[in-house]
Ligand binder design. Structure first.
Ligand code: CO
Length: 134
């Protein structure tokens, strides 16, 4: 069912420092910071030949990643995002198998203007999984 790895998201305490790590130490192509107020994050996109890394930092009072950063002050891997051909079919199949979809279960428009939803880490090997419509 799942297809390509769309991105890996890493929450970081200092976006400029993290961008420097990926640009200067690792030699990757790194975007300028992009504020995504509706998602409560500022993101730096790192382009790799076969996928992307998204460096995330909380934006605003109600950022969904504020607690993660409080719990992991040095930062850490937050989620992986897999592409699916049909997000509704994927959701229904996973729910029928007992997997938990976070929130109200309805896909939301994600950072890439495509429908996404998140699956509970307890059902997926301790990893928060984002599904994105391909
Ligand atoms: Co993501």
């Amino acid at each position: 069912m799942i297809g390509r790895l769309n991105h890996v998201a890493i929450v970081v305490p200092d976006l400029a420092a993290a961008a420097s790590v990926y640009r200067d130490a690792l030699g990757a192509k790194v975007s300028a910071p992009v504020a995504l107020p509706t998602h409560g994050v500022t993101t730096v996109f790192v382009e790799l030949p076969n996928t992307k890394i998204e460096l995330l930092h909380p934006l605003g009072d109600k950022s969904p990643i504020a607690r993660f950063l409080a719990d992991h002050p040095s930062g850490g891997m937050h989620h992986v995002c897999y592409e699916v051909d049909d997000i509704y079919a994927a959701r229904d199949k996973l729910k029928a198998g007992g997997a938990r979809v976070i929130g109200d279960g309805e896909p939301k428009i994600g950072a890439h203007e495509k429908p996404v939803l998140f699956l509970h880490p307890k059902d997926f090997c301790g990893t928060l999984v984002e599904l994105q419509q391909a």
